[in-house]
Design a protein around this ligand. Structure first.
Ligand code: MN
Length: 319
C-alpha cells in the first residue's frame, strides 16, 4: 500500500480504460517506455486518504486523474503548457500508472466527478481530454468542414468535440461498424476509405475546396502525407500519433496552400472542460465502450483486443 506524501492523494482505482498506446507498450513497440511498467492512465476511483496540505479531497470522494505529470518549474510549465514540460511524463507510460489497486498522485491532478456520473462513463474523460486538446489546437470555427481520419475511440471523441464546436464532419475509417457509430454520434457524412472513395466523398462534402481541418487520428505517416491533399487552402492538419517513422511532406504543397501542420500532445489542463461536457451531457461516451473485464482478467482483455482489434473500441477494467 503506497502512502500519500505532502500534497498527494491516494486513490483506490475503480475503473481503468485500455488505450491504443497501452497496446503498443504491451507489445514492446514504444522505445521511449522503460519496462517493467504498471500501465493505466485512464483512471477513475475513490479517494482513500490524503497527505499533508492536500485538503481539497477527503476519503470516499469520487475522482478522476489527469495523467499528465509536469514539473511546474520549467519554461513550458511557467508558460502554462504542462503537456510540453521539459520532463513531462504520462502516468502509466513513463511512470507507473493505475492497473493496480491504489495509486498516489499529486492533488492538482485530481478532479472531482459529477455525482451522477457512473464510473464506466467517467473512465472516458481522459480520451475526451485528448479530443479537447485537438479541438483547441485545431482552431476550428463554426461551419468549418472537418475531415477526421480514423473512427476509433479517439477519432469518435474528436468527432463529438468538433460537432460541439459547430463544425461539419466527414469521418473515414475502413471498419463499417465504426462508421455506423460515427454516424450515430453526429458525423455529417462517413466514408469507408477501403471500399469507398475518400477523395470523391471529400469533394462532395467540401465542393472541391478541401477540408478546413484534417485530423489524422490513426497515426500513420502515409495518412499525414495524404492529408496535405485533403486540406483546403489555409487549412490546418492536426497530428496526435507517436509514430516515429518519417512522412514525406513536399515543402511546395505546404507553401502553396499555406497549410499549418499542428501537433497535439495529450492534454493541457482540459479536464475541467471535459468534465463539464460530461456533466451537461454534451458528449456521449457510452457507445464507445465495447467491453468490460474484471481486473483479474486484464491479461485476457489485452489478448482479446490484440487478436481482433477491429472488434473493440474502448475496453474497461473494473476493480
Ligand atoms: Mn489514452
Amino acid at each position: 500500500m503506497p502512502l500519500p506524501g505532502e500534497g498527494e492523494v491516494l486513490v483506490r482505482v475503480k475503473v481503468a480504460g485500455i488505450c491504443g498506446s497501452d497496446l503498443h507498450i504491451y507489445q514492446g513497440e514504444r522505445a521511449d517506455v522503460a519496462l517493467p511498467r504498471i500501465l493505466g492512465h485512464e483512471l477513475v476511483g475513490e479517494v482513500e486518504s490524503t497527505g499533508g496540505g492536500a485538503d481539497r479531497f477527503s476519503k470516499g470522494d469520487r475522482v478522476t486523474i489527469d495523467p499528465v505529470v509536469s514539473c511546474g518549474n520549467c519554461v513550458s510549465c511557467r508558460r502554462g503548457y504542462d503537456n510540453l514540460c521539459g520532463t513531462v511524463k504520462c502516468l502509466g507510460v513513463q511512470v507507473d500508472g493505475g492497473y493496480c489497486d491504489f495509486i498516489v498522485v499529486p492533488e492538482e491532478k485530481v478532479y472531482a466527478l459529477p455525482s451522477s456520473l457512473p464510473w464506466e462513463k467517467a473512465a472516458l474523460i481522459e480520451p475526451f481530454s485528448i479530443a479537447a486538446e485537438v479541438l483547441s489546437r485545431s482552431e476550428v470555427r463554426e461551419g468549418d468542414k472537418v475531415l477526421v481520419l480514423g473512427a476509433g475511440t479517439i477519432g469518435l471523441c474528436i468527432l463529438q468535440a468538433m460537432k460541439l464546436a459547430g463544425a461539419e464532419v466527414l469521418a473515414s475509417d475502413f471498419v463499417d461498424g465504426r462508421l455506423e457509430k460515427a454516424k450515430a454520434l453526429g458525423a455529417d457524412r462517413v466514408v469507408n476509405s477501403k471500399t469507398g472513395d475518400l477523395s470523391a466523398a471529400l469533394r462532395e462534402f467540401t465542393g472541391e475546396f478541401g477540408a478546413d481541418v484534417v485530423i489524422e487520428a490513426v497515426g500513420l505517416p502515409r495518412l499525414l502525407e495524404e492529408s496535405l491533399g485533403y486540406a483546403a487552402p489555409g487549412g490546418r492538419i492536426v497530428v496526435l500519433g507517436f509514430n516515429p517513422e518519417p512522412a514525406k511532406i513536399p515543402e511546395v504543397l505546404v507553401v502553396k496552400k499555406e497549410l499549418k501542420i499542428i501537433g497535439s500532445r495529450m492534454n493541457c489542463r482540459k479536464f475541467p472542460q471535459v468534465i463539464e461536457w460530461f456533466e451537461k451531457g454534451l458528449v456521449n461516451p457510452e457507445p464507445l465502450i465495447s467491453a468490460t473485464y474484471p481486473f483479474e482478467k486484464i491479461n485476457d482483455a489485452f489478448k482479446d483486443i490484440l487478436r481482433d482489434p477491429q472488434k473493440y473500441l474502448k475496453v474497461l477494467i473494473t476493480y
